[in-house]
Ligand binder design. Structure first.
Ligand SMILES: [Ca+2]
Length: 234
């Protein structure tokens, strides 16, 4: 069901793509993705939100809907929910009170929530962002850096912001089984980021899933593992 929440925000829904533990081949979480019939590509809506300055409203509306939908359908299982968020939303002075109020209202376990921060970090607000992130982490909420490898700012975020999880851009999944340089890079990344959980995105072929497992990548998502679904069936 689509909801209308803000004058600039079209009716939307959230769909959920499974994230697998590659060792056990079990679902450990879901990434929530926003969809609306008004835009074929959701990026157009985010672009508009940037131009018209309603990113905060859009992000928080999506997070609110995701948590409510997830709680309603999947609350009993021990899986986490990962939601996408812009750094500007995470750094917003109102965000922490918004989120703590929401998780209290819904009785949502903070340790089952991951905030996937995309990488358009404005370096002038880095200190404020660091403070907000460590405060959120102190509540048990996990922070993930999204799309590592897509831009240099993702590397800066990784070094500066102490995330709990790192999501690797789908570039690293494509033909992983046959491209040795990608394999070597992932091995070195696993060593460098030994204290973090690594999620490989965009796996679309079984041989690449097998290779990611063999390399010891912790978690993965992609069409080969599971498409995003609107209705979560237990
Ligand atoms: Ca994401």
């Amino acid at each position: 069901m689509e909801k209308f929440v803000h004058s600039n925000i079209p009716p939307f829904t959230n769909i959920f793509q499974p994230i697998y533990n590659l060792k056990e081949m079990e679902i450990v979480g879901y990434e929530s993705l926003m969809r609306t019939t008004m835009y074929k590509d959701i990026k157009e809506l985010f672009q508009l939100a940037h131009e018209q300055e309603f990113i905060y409203e859009l992000d928080t509306a999506s997070i609110k809907n995701s948590l409510a939908q997830f709680k309603h359908t999947y609350w009993e299982d021990h899986v986490f929910l990962s939601v996408n968020i812009f750094p500007s939303t995470l750094g917003d002075a109102q965000f922490i009170s918004f989120l703590t109020q929401l998780i209290t209202e819904l009785d949502f376990e903070p340790s089952r929530l991951v905030l996937e921060m995309n990488v358009l970090v404005d370096l002038t607000t880095l200190e404020q962002l660091k403070e907000q992130i460590s405060l959120l982490q102190s509540f048990g909420i996990k922070i993930a850096i999204d799309e590592l490898g897509k831009s240099t700012s993702s590397v800066v975020s990784l070094i500066e912001l102490s995330p709990d999880m790192v999501k690797l851009d789908h570039y690293f999944s494509k033909d992983l089984a046959s491209i040795t340089k990608k394999q070597t890079f992932l091995i070195s990344l696993l060593i460098w980021l030994e204290d973090k959980e690594i999620i490989l995105e965009g796996l679309e072929a079984q041989e690449d899933v097998d290779k990611a497992r063999a390399l010891g990548i912790h978690y993965a998502q992609g069409y080969q593992l599971g498409h995003p679904e609107e209705h979560l069936n237990k």
